[in-house]
Write a protein that binds this ligand. Structure first.
Ligand code: ADE
Length: 231
């Protein structure tokens, strides 16, 4: 790996990496700050994309054609969909899909992008393996490999959780992963999303999110740190 793109949506998701960046050069593009430097001795470009799929997509495309990254790792927090996941537990993406892509009135299944070859974007097997290895070593919490569902919606409702888990097979839900995944697929760039659960996307999600985001973001950070060391 020559240069690794690291993305988080919010300050809590990138600050631990930012503090450790060495030889930093900052460039601003599309209103996003890209921080080139060394993290764990490896060349990386770190950015805080902002929340949501459009921010994540723009950020990922700039990382790829503006900075020449050859892998993208997304780090952050999510709402759990898989009932076996507790707050603090970890999801490593096997693939990502947009749960809010909804053209059902025209007969397309929920989450399907009309006329596209695929609507589910697979993560890179070697990045998944590195993340799994890191998570196993760190023993921070139960870790599952599964589908990350993204939408421009904060999910805080049990019925939606059930639907997203049962109909679309999501392990967790957040607001950026599938955008990063789709842009990476369009460019042939390997990616993986690492998410620690800040909440269970239910009626308590807003309270849990406020309380647990820092702790969950830290767990995700530790996995990324461990991964980058061995890349
Ligand atoms: N990120 C963290 N928790 C989330 C939730 N419940 N819905 C969407 N994004 C999230």
């Amino acid at each position: 790996w020559n240069k690794i793109g690291l993305i988080g949506a919010m300050v809590e998701e990138v600050e631990r990496i930012e503090e450790r960046l060495e030889n930093e050069t900052v460039t601003e593009r599309a209103g996003i700050r890209f921080r080139e430097g060394l993290f764990c001795g490896k060349p990386v470009v770190l950015c805080k994309s902002g929340v949501g799929k459009v921010n994540a997509a723009v950020c990922t495309q700039i990382l790829i054609d503006g900075f020449g990254v050859d892998a993208v790792i997304f780090t952050g927090v999510a709402g759990a969909l898989d009932p076996s996941l507790d707050i603090g537990d970890i999801v490593i993406s096997t693939d990502c899909q947009q749960h809010d892509m909804d053209v059902t009135p025209l007969g397309f299944p929920r989450g399907t992008i009309p006329y596209a070859d695929s609507s589910v974007f697979a993560a890179d097997a070697s990045l998944i393996a590195l993340a799994a290895e890191a998570s196993e070593k760190l023993e921070q919490g139960h870790t599952v490999q599964g589908r990350v569902l993204s939408g421009d919606q904060f999910i805080a409702d049990r019925n939606t959780v059930k639907l997203l888990h049962e109909e679309l097979g999501g392990a967790c839900t957040e607001m950026e992963g599938a955008a990063v995944a789709q842009v990476c697929a369009m460019n042939g760039t390997p990616y993986v999303v690492i998410r620690s659960m800040s909440d269970k996307a239910d009626g308590s999600a807003h309270v849990n999110f406020a309380e647990f985001t820092v702790k969950a973001a830290d767990r995700s950070f530790r996995i990324v740190e461990h991964m980058v060391r061995s890349m």
